[in-house]
Design a protein around this ligand. Structure first.
Ligand SMILES: NC(=O)c1ccc[n+]([C@@H]2O[C@H](COP(=O)([O-])OP(=O)(O)OC[C@H]3O[C@@H](n4cnc5c(N)ncnc54)[C@H](O)[C@@H]3O)[C@@H](O)[C@H]2O)c1
Ligand SMILES: [Zn+2]
Length: 368
């Protein structure tokens, strides 16, 4: 005799949140949180570089508003994106009096956002957090969509959770102190949005290269807002990446492989730029995309100062691509443009299998 009890747990979850974008927003975050509280105490999590540039300044604004807050930092850099740092952060949160009624403020680039978000997801089984992205990559990409996690010795982002922030505060003025190379790397993701979703954004980028590189406020605000809006729309449609959200990974299958092969010496956006040239070529050769538009993409990347080529061994490259999460079973999967502003799909599926023999040929063609 088997007795069966059913535990009914159908959930309706509303994970909606607002993304606020504005110059000099940073100093107003505490007053906004005072009006729309998320906790009775706030822990700012940031990295060692940002602590001195913006961390202490933000902490003081919390104090000025009479809010209870503390600041915890860890060494800047991808090497910190590990479980070790999560347990370091958890201990420090506990010692700083953070409890299940408190909230976390993730102040930093993608490393801080992924780490602080993941810590928030598991601290006391989950407390609220907000994203305050400080790199262009984080402002247009990683702060939105709730992907959090850490790396392991075996690879990047292998442990994690979908855990949405409760609010995102984007202040493009923070980009003024960002190292030039990091800023340019972030532009690769903006070009990506143009290719995968918005031909008008792509054209706008072509027309405003100098103003973008000169950090013109109006243009920066515009490209950040449009990028966030695209990411928002795609995440709303497919929050857990069942299908369409995969288009956000355009250029990333070869890009991640290149990052790996370089021992993470090249920046993510640089690898994605080279990866978009590769994926774009695959799209051309598989008959999805026109060579003219592929060249137009490459020209824009180049004008931004992004790399288009990197030396690699084709066998090693293919092996590294199989390692990527996007390789399902035995076949390598790519998302491929159909025209600037739209991705190709087969029977409604955006991930398109590319046979290894063909890929080998395409990669050889690009090396010539
Ligand atoms: N969760 C997602 O959806 C998602 C998406 C894309 C990337 N990521 C992750 O993001 C990480 C990369 O993030 P990143 O490119 O933002 O780099 P990062 O967080 O490592 O920051 C780069 C460097 O710039 C410094 N810095 C950041 N902002 C600054 C500022 N305003 N002024 C001066 N210095 C500043 C940092 O201290 C750091 O040394 C990777 O781990 C990647 O996996 C996550
Ligand atoms: Zn990316």
């Amino acid at each position: 005799m088997v007795k069966v009890l059913r535990l009914n747990l159908r959930k309706f979850i509303d994970d909606s949140y607002e993304i606020l974008i504005g110059f000099r927003l940073l100093d107003n975050i505490p007053s906004d949180l005072k009006e729309n509280p998320l906790g009775d105490r706030y822990a700012i999590i940031t990295d060692s570089t940002l602590k001195n540039i913006y961390g202490n300044r933000l902490l003081n604004k919390f104090y000025e508003e009479g809010l209870s807050a503390c600041l915890i930092d860890f060494p800047a850099g991808e090497e910190s994106k590990s479980l070790n740092t999560v347990s370091y952060l958890a201990s420090n949160l506990l010692r700083s009096g953070i409890n299940r009624k408190s909230a976390i403020i993730a102040l930093g680039g993608g490393v801080v956002g992924d780490l602080a978000g993941f810590t928030a997801a598991i601290f006391m089984r989950g407390i609220p957090y907000v994203q305050v992205p400080t790199t262009l990559t984080a402002q247009v990409d990683s702060s939105i969509g709730g992907k959090t996690g850490v790396d392991t010795a075996e690879g990047k982002n292998l442990l994690g959770a979908f855990y949405q922030p409760r609010r995102v505060y984007i202040d493009p003025a923070l980009l003024k102190t960002l190292p030039r190379r990091e800023f340019i790397s972030g532009l690769a993701e903006v070009v990506k949005y143009g290719i995968i979703y918005d031909g008008n954004l792509f054209k706008y980028l072509e027309e405003n290269v100098d103003r973008i590189l000169g950090l013109d406020e109006e243009v920066l605000l515009n490209i950040i807002e449009r990028s966030c809006n695209i990411k928002r729309t795609i995440v709303e449609e497919d929050p857990c990446e069942v299908n369409k959200r995969a288009i956000l990974n355009y250029g990333h299958t070869p890009g991640h492989a290149l990052e790996r092969l370089s021992g993470y010496k090249i920046l993510h956006g640089e690898a994605v730029s080279v990866g978009m040239r590769i994926s774009g070529w695959v799209a051309v050769r598989m008959g999805f995309w026109s060579i003219d538009e592929w060249e137009r993409q490459n020209k824009l990347l180049k004008r931004f100062g992004l790399p288009l080529k990197m030396e690699f061994d084709i066998d090693e490259m293919i092996e590294a691509m199989y390692y990527d999460k996007k390789a399902e079973g035995e076949t390598l999967m790519f998302v491929l443009p159909k025209r600037i502003g739209e991705m190709a799909s087969i029977n409604g599926k955006y991930k398109i299998p590319v046979p290894e023999e063909k890929l080998r040929i395409f990669l050889r063609e690009l090396a010539d």
